[in-house]
Design a protein around this ligand. Structure first.
Ligand SMILES: *Cc1c(COP(=O)(O)O)cnc(C)c1O
Length: 400
């Protein structure tokens, strides 16, 4: 085992792009993560909503083992069997018609932006502008940062990729006013995840669907965080009873392995050869994992359990909120937030880490809970216990 100074010496070789606690994670199993000192953490972040079946699920391990001795990668210039199977699964479940595979959420959102611009060039007199929402998050490439509505990103990496117009969430009038002959699409998350678990209302999504049809512009849903069962249905858009023209998936799709997908209705699949690609696109290893994950999560009984556990988590958090005088509990399925009106969510998340619970604070007044989709009631109870411990610890600090 390394001493603290040895560990510090080693970490200096990594670009310092985020604050990390001084521990090294060495193993994960189900809802639990273990560090190099043997301390166990109940993980309600799960790699940022990525490990939908928990850490090291047998299902993913088996597919990785089998596929890695059969075919890893034959280049995107050939069809492979898992790639075709996953495309069929995703189109069948989503009602969309064609897929392009990537490795990260930002990559497929970038693809969605390109597809919309290509369609605008061909079918809407060169329209290219995309309307996105304040506080939205679409990724960290240049175009997806420009598409995102994070206020802190406003001054960064000039000059920005142009062509994004921002409006407030749940304000259909603002969207209508922003649409012009330059507009090609409206792009949004059904629930803003990084923005603090802020849901677009079903009414807003339905109005957007009607408005975009009426104006002849595309509706792009970024379900990188909300898709693959996270909100209690396979896709969040099902709950609003709408269908997007373009859809992006990532995070949970690979069950912890890097895999993402761009889907579109056949009317808008207008890429030509050379427009879109990527060395790892549709590789057999990860699309095989995607097939296993999607088959598991799409089972009605699995999704019912996500909704039941989500309701239970929200009930328990509501009790905590009442007991400690905190704010609103919101979210769908197992994408849940607890509002911290005093604005010390980061401090509470740090105290929870010490207690042995991993939660994250996407904003200073929000704690976000994204456990494995197969989390148990006992694990939720334990998380609530650790959270209460952390809140008491913070209260003691504030009192002194
Ligand atoms: C995480 C996330 C992304 C970016 O995904 P990466 O895999 O980090 O590139 C994009 N959109 C939403 C809604 C996300 O939650």
């Amino acid at each position: 085992m390394q001493s603290d100074t040895e560990q510090t010496a080693i970490t200096t070789h990594l670009m310092d792009v985020t604050a990390r606690p001084p521990v090294t994670m060495v193993a994960g199993q189900g809802s639990w993560l273990t560090d190099q000192a043997g301390k166990r953490y109940l993980d309600f972040v799960q790699g940022w909503a990525v490990n939908c079946l928990g850490h090291s699920p047998a299902l993913v391990a088996e597919v990785l083992a089998r596929q890695s001795t059969t075919l890893l990668n034959c280049s995107p210039a050939f069809f492979n069997a898992p790639m075709l199977e996953l495309a069929q699964l995703l189109t069948t479940h989503s009602g969309l018609h064609q897929v392009w595979f990537g490795s990260s959420g930002a990559e497929v959102n970038e693809g969605a932006i390109k597809l919309a611009r290509r369609w605008g060039e061909k079918h809407r007199s060169g329209a290219f502008e995309i309307i996105t929402l304040h506080n939205s998050f679409h990724g960290r490439t240049l175009a997806t940062m420009a598409a995102s509505g994070k206020p802190q990103w406003q001054p960064l990496f000039e000059p920005k990729v142009p062509g994004f117009v921002k409006v407030p969430i749940n304000d259909i009038e603002a969207v209508a006013a922003a649409i012009s002959e330059r507009t090609v699409a409206v792009m949004l998350e059904p629930v803003q995840g990084e923005g603090g678990v802020i849901p677009a209302t079903h009414e807003f999504l339905q109005q957007l669907r009607a408005l975009t049809r009426q104006c002849g512009v595309l509706l792009i849903l970024d379900e990188v965080q909300t898709g693959i069962g996270r909100t209690g249905t396979l896709f969040a858009f099902e709950q609003a009873g709408i269908e997007p023209d373009i859809l992006t998936l990532g995070k949970g799709l690979g069950g912890g392995a890097p895999l993402s997908a761009l889907l579109a209705h056949r009317d808008f699949c207008c890429f030509e050869h050379g427009d879109q690609g990527g060395t790892f696109s549709g590789n057999a290893l990860l699309t095989a994992v995607g097939c296993a994950v999607v088959k598991q999560i799409a089972q009605p009984a699995f999704l019912t359990a996500v909704r039941v556990q989500g309701d239970y988590l929200r009930d328990r958090l509501q009790q905590v909120s009442d007991e400690f005088g905190l704010g609103e509990v919101r979210g769908h399925g197992l994408l849940v937030a607890l509002e911290i009106p005093s604005g010390n969510a980061t401090q509470i998340a740090d105290a929870a880490f010490t207690s042995g619970l991993l939660v994250n604070a996407p904003r200073v007044n929000v704690l976000r809970f994204m456990p494995a989709l197969n989390v148990s009631r006992e694990e939720i109870d334990r998380a609530i216990e650790y959270l209460a411990q952390a809140l008491r610890a913070c209260r003691r600090v504030m009192a002194t």
